[in-house]
Design a protein around this ligand. Structure first.
Ligand code: MRU
Length: 340
């Protein structure tokens, strides 16, 4: 897959517009951080690592706009830009991690605003490249868990499109295939935004990796029938007691446990937030029309009936077999020991 986001030579942010996939491969080119914030909010770009890199690039655009200001005003304006970018989506750790990484440079560098702007632009490019390197290592570590002919279930899209490139949950699949193993993927369609049907299926099909899409309620049966033997999902935030990921992940983990199927979570360390516990995390609630309507067009719920639209759920550590980071594969207890 081509990168989902990149910093261009013209100092703009170029991203795939994921809201029109798989019907159209369209790119957005943005030069205002407010537009980047809006793109994160309306999910032109989505997936925790990609959101992080978009946020970093948004901060870089803001430095270009504000670098003409005196240093004190520059810092105040950058803090306002940071607040706007951080207000877009509440659950993915990477958004806050990326903005804070930029703010640290902005507030601690002794340089003048034009030089700080150069530093921040460089850092955004470094973060994009880092993301690809981290994902490849997740792939290498996770591929050791996969055997020839495995059928891997994944939920939502934690692939190339959810990162800069290569993906997190799909990285072990990609790496195992590069090693010559035959791996098939089953993708949950992932109601209501359909990231599995629209994005996971798109990128795997694009890269000629065998994939079948199922309705979200099918995975339990397929596990019972022996048609799934591993689960790998991504994550938006890992706290000291649970994994937060796309709504529906918890039910997949429960079904995996009941069928003795390993349930793995691919998590770059930028997604770890181990100083927090479940109660610290805000679960995003999105517009109810995402549930009441198909693709924002066809109403499928009677007028006047309320819909609830939580975007993420909570999978407790007791249901997680292993967490794959760029450093290795860890049980939740080992993960806490290593990173907390
Ligand atoms: O609402 P989204 O599409 O941003 O949700 C994405 C997910 O839940 C992914 O599984 C998660 O961000 C991990 S992406 C590598």
């Amino acid at each position: 897959m081509i990168p989902s986001i990149e910093w261009t030579e013209e100092n703009t942010v170029k991203m795939i517009d994921q809201t029109v996939l798989p019907f159209e491969l369209k790119f957005l080119e943005l030069n205002d951080y407010r537009d980047v914030a809006h793109s994160i909010k309306i999910m032109n770009i989505r997936g925790a690592p990609a959101i992080g890199v978009a946020a970093a690039m948004g901060m870089a655009l803001a430095t270009i706009e504000y670098k003409i200001l005196p240093k004190k005003d520059f810092i105040t304006s950058m803090e306002e830009a940071a607040n706007l970018i951080q207000s877009t989506r509440p659950t993915a750790s990477n958004l806050f991690w990326a903005v804070n990484r930029m703010l640290k440079i902005i507030t601690s560098a002794p340089d003048d605003p034009p030089n700080i702007s150069e530093l921040v632009i460089e850092e955004a490019k470094i973060m994009a490249q880092e993301d690809i390197n981290v994902n490849k290592n997740i792939g290498k570590n996770g591929a050791k868990l996969l055997a020839d002919n495995d059928i891997v279930l994944t939920h939502c899209n934690a692939g190339s499109l959810a990162t800069v490139q290569y993906g997190t949950a799909l990285a072990p699949v990609r790496y195992a295939i590069e090693q010559g193993k035959r791996i098939n993927v089953i993708a949950d369609e992932t109601r209501p935004r359909l990231q599995g049907a629209r994005l996971t299926a798109y990128e795997l099909h694009y890269d000629k990796i065998p994939v079948k899409v199922i309705s979200d309620t099918s995975s339990g049966l397929l596990m019972r029938l022996g048609k799934i033997n591993k689960v790998i999902v991504g994550t938006d935030r890992v706290t000291s007691d649970a994994v937060f990921n796309k709504i529906g992940t918890y039910l997949v983990a429960l079904a995996a446990k009941d069928n003795s199927i390993p349930f793995y979570v691919a998590a770059p360390t930028s997604t770890l937030s181990l100083h927090e516990t479940i109660k610290d995390v805000v679960i995003e609630q999105r517009d109810s029309s995402e549930v009441s309507h198909i693709l924002g067009k066809l109403r499928i719920v009677p007028e006047g009936v309320e819909c609830l639209n939580y975007a993420f759920d909570i999978t407790p550590f007791k249901l997680v077999t292993g967490i794959i980071t760029e450093d290795g594969v860890f049980t939740p207890q080992e993960l806490l020991k290593k990173y907390k």
